[in-house]
Design a protein around this ligand. Sequence first.
Ligand SMILES: [Zn+2]
Ligand SMILES: [Zn+2]
Length: 314
Amino acid sequence: MSAGHQSGDGQQKHPRPKRRVPRSFKELTPTNAFNPRTFFHEMVWKALVTRRVGSHKTPQYPELSGDQMALTWIGHASFLVQFPGLNALIDPNFANWLFLLKRLKRPGLKLQDLPPIDLVLLTHAHFDHFHRPSLKKLASPKIAVVPWGVGDLARGLGFGRIIELEWWDSFSSGDWKVTLTPCKHWGARVLRDHHRGYGGYLLEYRGRRIFHAGDSAYFEGFKEIGERAPPEIALLPIGAYFPDSFRNVHMGPDEAMKVFRDVRADLLVPMHYGSFKLSFESMDEPPRWLMDLAHRAGLQDRVRILEEGVPEVF
Ligand SMILES: [Zn+2]
Ligand SMILES: [Zn+2]
């Protein structure tokens, strides 16, 4: 289903020379083909005049026992993962605005309706994933796990411990273990901090294993995850892939299906779409395209679109 890809690409057919752009926009749109005026019109102005949709739910958190896992999609790349003895957040972002970028769909729940959090996994320092104001509002203390070179950004946010990991390094405590996995992306939060790491996470608890890919383009490294530690559930990004130059750092639903196979997961849960307009595909295209691909492959029972703010037990 590629018809939807036509929207908004008129400006992108003839890439213009690289120009100086505001820091935060450049950070969000790593491509030489991008031009600030188009970006402003598509991402900022159109969003500004679009009504924000979605509603905050009051989540009914399930009573878990044994090795049960509950998963709640908050929106964008943010998830709450719960086990009987662990409440973990991944890339929590409750922002209504990222600088000039308006959030177009509300988070599925309010930050104050979260349960007490033990562990926060942060995949990289980009503003849509590492949102300091959200982190600061979480009750302390809790443990932060971040990629190498990102720890300084987590200071002063109420974390009792900050753990930096390299790819394939793990940290464990009690019944859980977390491992930073490779991805194809970049780590600079602003312009010159390219020393910062980035990745995805495998979170394991009593034999259960869930994978959050962070932000990533498709690359061969996902096969290694499937060989070393295939997860049950793969949380995979499916938005911010158009124009094609964005696929240097992000993936579309077509590539997410490949990643799903590569990591050998049982279930694909898509994310990184629908909340912020970060690219030129239409907001509702990624999940439609994904389900279309899943049906064609006979995998529709193994792709699950979660509703924001509604916990599901696995
Ligand atoms: Zn990113
Ligand atoms: Zn992102």
